[in-house]
Design a protein around this ligand. Structure first.
Ligand SMILES: Nc1nc2c(ncn2[C@@H]2O[C@H](COP(=O)(O)OP(=O)(O)OP(=O)(O)O)[C@@H](O)[C@H]2O)c(=O)[nH]1
Ligand SMILES: [K+]
Ligand SMILES: [Mg+2]
Length: 436
């Protein structure tokens, strides 16, 4: 892509700071360097420079690096200037830049957009990069960095290549069925391959939920009878008094949520209204909300007061850790069927409960290193590809089936932003001696 504008921006965080980084990209970079630093730029060498304005007045001294395109982040000539992170230094430098001809302030995401337009990044790379910048937990960081590796593109390209080949074989069968030197019925093999690919895409897609958990957080809901100690447990896990605790049954009426970082995984922990059969009007609404929330949760902590165990109605079918609370009030806990015995009052068993939670979280943190769809957009396109393949596999008209395969491979191509209409012809010509 040819950009006429040279863009610049403060790329580091808020001022004042020890060091501020100003990034410049575009055709004017070399001229800017000569003007500001009064020297010839040496690509990829950090240089200690005196930065001067157009009146030759010293602005600041700092480190400058020149990247000659295409070996740069955006693919264009780039300059990075590290100066003292003062508001005045940065303001002076930015106003000096903006006074130079052909220069303007960059729009949000414009450097990355240029990198994409110049083929330095694919769409999935761009998304992973924005995830990396937004990452708050260790798992999110690991996931984003794995996703920026380009391995998604490799997988989707290989799947598209298979589909393009399958389609080419089918089209060839249609076009040259009466000619002697084209292989006869290749259909069986083609359909077997397509079915196998369908299975792979479907397995890949089913891991999408792990990406949601890594990004949005593991949804954990505390359920149990009134007064079981749910709010007390919430406070212990959150390490602060977020929920009201009293000895009155029905204290919690509404769902209350906190965000925790559990071994690097984001966890959304919800305290809920106690479940019982004959509540008042407000409490009944609270109970319905508890159950709604729990039914879409990834994990339920089912809390029971061991000194006063009661059956709770309507538990959802969700992975559950059964927690026996108030261990301080009972002498014998062995015979009971709990995964974890705790006392929110004495702190007994809390560490063990946290390690059970961590164990549960591990399956998701482990996914952070594998290649799974990581955006809603990917999920939608993969579902689209699957839907087309399903129709192709049922379709008896070969032309229509081939068209469905084209649509499926286009959907896959759109994930990383690469669709090449010439692919099909190339494959046909590569496999058959058309011009005989
Ligand atoms: N002895 C003892 N009391 C506890 C323990 N945990 C909670 N309690 C007490 O049990 C009572 C109920 O605690 P909450 O945390 O409000 O219980 P809850 O399940 O949130 O109750 P609802 O919101 O009304 O459904 C309070 O008086 C707590 O102090 C514990 O481990 N030991
Ligand atoms: K209570
Ligand atoms: Mg409560």
């Amino acid at each position: 892509m040819f950009s006429t504008d040279t863009i610049f921006a403060l790329s580091s965080g808020s001022l004042p700071s020890g060091v501020a980084v100003i990034r410049i990209s575009g055709p004017q970079c070399r001229a800017i360097w000569e003007e500001l630093c009064g020297s010839e730029p040496q690509p990829r060498r950090a240089a200690y420079v005196a930065l001067r304005d157009t009146d030759n007045e010293l602005i600041d001294r700092g480190i400058g690096i020149f990247f000659a395109g295409p070996a740069s982040f955006t693919g264009e000539d780039c300059v990075e200037l590290q100066v003292h992170g003062s508001k005045a230094v940065v303001a002076k430098l930015l106003s000096t830049l903006s006074a130079m001809p052909g220069l303007r302030a960059a729009e949000a995401g414009e450097f990355t957009r240029r990198a994409y337009m110049n083929g330095k990044l694919d769409l999935a790379n761009v998304e992973a990069l924005s995830d990396l910048i937004a990452a708050e937990t260790e798992t999110q960081r690991r996931f984003a960095i794995a996703n920026s590796s380009g391995r998604h593109r490799e997988i989707y390209d290989s799947w598209r290549a298979k589909l393009i080949e399958a389609r080419a074989l089918i089209e060839a069968e249609l076009d040259f069925a009466d000619e002697a030197d084209v292989p006869g019925s290749v259909s069986d093999r083609v359909w077997k391959d397509v079915r196998e690919l369908r299975g792979r895409i479907s397995a890949h897609l089913s891991a999408y939920h792990h990406a949601e958990i890594i990004r949005e957080g593991l949804q954990v809901v505390i359920l149990g009878a009134p007064n079981a100690g749910k709010s007390s447990l919430m406070n212990v896990l959150a390490q602060r008094d977020v929920a009201i605790v009293t000895d009155e049954a029905g204290t919690t009426r509404d769902v209350l949520e906190v965000h925790l970082d559990l071994g690097g995984l984001k966890v959304n922990l919800a305290d809920t209204a106690g479940l019982r059969e004959t509540p008042g009007k407000v409490e009944a609404i609270g109970i319905q909300r508890s159950l709604d929330r729990a039914s879409s949760a990834d994990l339920v902590l089912l809390v029971e007061d061991m000194a006063n165990p009661v059956m709770v109605p309507g538990l959802p079918d969700v992975p559950t850790i059964r927690v026996g609370n108030k261990a301080d009030l009972v002498t014998d806990t062995k015979c009971r069927d709990y995964d974890c015995v705790i006392s929110t009052r004495t702190g007994e068993g809390i560490d063990r409960l946290i390690s059970s939670l961590r164990q549960h979280a591990d399956q998701y943190t482990a996914s952070a290193g594998s290649i799974i769809p990581f955006r809603e957009r990917h999920k939608v396109l993969l579902e689209e590809a699957l839907a087309h393949l399903d129709i192709a596999l049922e379709e008896s008209e070969l032309e229509l089936a081939a068209e469905r395969m084209r649509l499926a491979s286009d959907a896959l191509g759109r994930i990383c932003g690469r669709i090449d209409v010439e692919d099909l012809l190339d494959t046909i010509f590569a496999r058959f001696c058309i011009g005989k």
